[in-house]
Design a protein around this ligand. Structure first.
Ligand code: NAD
Ligand code: FE2
Length: 386
């Protein structure tokens, strides 16, 4: 008799996907009985006009609001704490975020602090949340992080020059309003960074030790959508049909990685992003092919499927050749979206590697990497990416 699969769980918010969905935020806030909403965003998203649409929708429902936009890319501990203080002092009862991963993660952090009355630093790690957060509605404006569907919060601790992760189903928002129209204002660099982030989510979720039948179909479809449309989207930034495909790919990658967790690219990129305050997608881009080459032999059949999903003809090829074709494909894809990155270009030297590796080993994402890694392994991979 063949064994049956082990138990799996899958969490997701209520998702409303489609052009114009941002305009319904007022209705969703009303269903939570909102009296005063804290709206979290950042200056770039406000300048693009997306904050105005959210405030207008709340106004139509007669719901008061307080705006908080003091959020940096790679949101910081102090920004979370100041936002939580504003939430408390203004007697808010619902949180809405509109923006990329940074305002969305900051909003999740504000919810945790508002509920517990303690510093966000105390919640680092897995399943540390004890008190439910206030109702949370997220509206992503980048097609990449999918923090709006995920169980992750990534906050930067600039006192220690590191980023830390909070992983809990308690940080999955109540509602995600995914509106591809908001991504038309992304410039080519932001589109490339966030698109590569989503592609890496899909690859890492598919080869993760936490992968399984509930997440695999999302991961594979995300790879198809992003691999097949990102280059075209960057060349045709106003093409809403292409924006929609990449947004859908990002969402599916998000559902996959939220439930299957990630791997060494993310563990290493969180460490790098905290140390140098660099864009998250850029860090992933600098590392991805090196980590894939390192991991390949631990999951050759899974990586063969990844390669086939990218359109590489693997028939009759031995594993070593599939590995090198997959690495070549990733390098060519990165170039096609505008990346020629090495870590050296961003000022990383070999003397930084021990610090970076030590922090990467503490990140929860390292635990689900398909190949068990020691600090020495991680040091070698950073060295290859220099
Ligand atoms: N929680 C998660 O599951 C998760 C997953 C991956 C990454 N992250 C985190 O998310 C953060 C990165 O988020 P991001 O890549 O979405 O970028 P971001 O939120 O940091 O935004 C980067 C810049 O782009 C601008 N911007 C955002 N949307 C725009 C738009 N539509 N038009 C014009 N400008 C726009 C912002 O104003 C900002 O200046 C990192 O801190 C990363 O660690 C979180
Ligand atoms: Fe990511």
């Amino acid at each position: 008799m063949s064994a049956i699969s082990p138990l799996r769980k899958f969490v997701s918010p209520e998702i409303i996907f489609g052009a114009g969905s941002r305009h319904s935020v007022g209705n969703y806030a009303a269903t939570f009985g909102a009296r005063r909403v804290l709206v979290v965003s950042d200056p770039g998203v406000q300048a693009a006009g997306w904050v105005g649409d959210v405030l207008a929708s709340l106004d139509r429902q007669g719901i008061a609001h307080v705006l908080y936009t003091a959020v940096s890319p790679n949101p910081r501990v102090e920004e979370v704490m100041a936002g939580a203080e504003l939430y408390r002092a203004s007697a808010c009862d619902v949180i809405v975020a509109v923006g990329g991963g940074s305002p969305m993660d900051c909003a999740k952090g504000i919810g945790i602090v508002a509920a517990h009355g303690r510093c966000i630093l105390e919640f680092e790690g897995v399943d540390t949340i004890r008190v439910p957060s206030p109702p949370l509605i997220l509206i992503p404006t980048t097609a990449g992080t999918s923090a709006d569907v995920s169980q992750f919060v990534i906050i930067s601790n600039q006192t220690e020059r590191m980023k830390f992760s909070i992983v809990s189903k308690a940080v999955v928002p109540d509602v995600s309003l995914i509106d591809p129209e908001t991504t038309v204002s992304m410039d080519p660099f932001l589109s490339a960074c966030t698109g590569i982030d989503a592609l890496v989510h899909a690859i890492e979720a598919f080869v993760s030790t936490g992968s399984g039948p509930l997440t695999d179909p999302h991961a594979l479809e995300a790879m198809r959508l992003i691999n097949g449309n990102l280059v075209q989207m960057i060349a045709n930034p106003q093409d809403i049909a292409l924006r929609e495909k990449i947004m859908l790919g990002s969402m599916q990658a998000g559902l996959a990685f939220s439930n299957a967790i990630l791997g060494a690219v993310h563990a290493m990129s969180h460490s790098l992003g905290g140390y140098l305050d660099l864009p998250h997608g850029l860090c992933n881009a600098a590392l991805v092919e090196h980590v894939v080459a390192f991991n390949f032999d631990a999951a050759p059949e899974r990586f063969r499927i990844v390669a086939e999903t990218f359109g590489i003809d693997c028939r009759g090829l031995p594993s070593a050749q599939v590995r090198s074709r997959l690495v070549e494909h990733l390098v060519a894809f990165k170039r096609a979206v505008g990346f020629e990155e090495t870590l050296k270009l961003h000022g990383v030297g070999s003397s930084d590697i021990p610090f970076l590796s030590q922090h990467a080993m503490q990140d929860p994402c390292i635990l689900t990497n398909p190949r068990q890694s020691t600090q020495r392994d991680v040091e070698v991979v950073y060295g290859e990416a220099l």
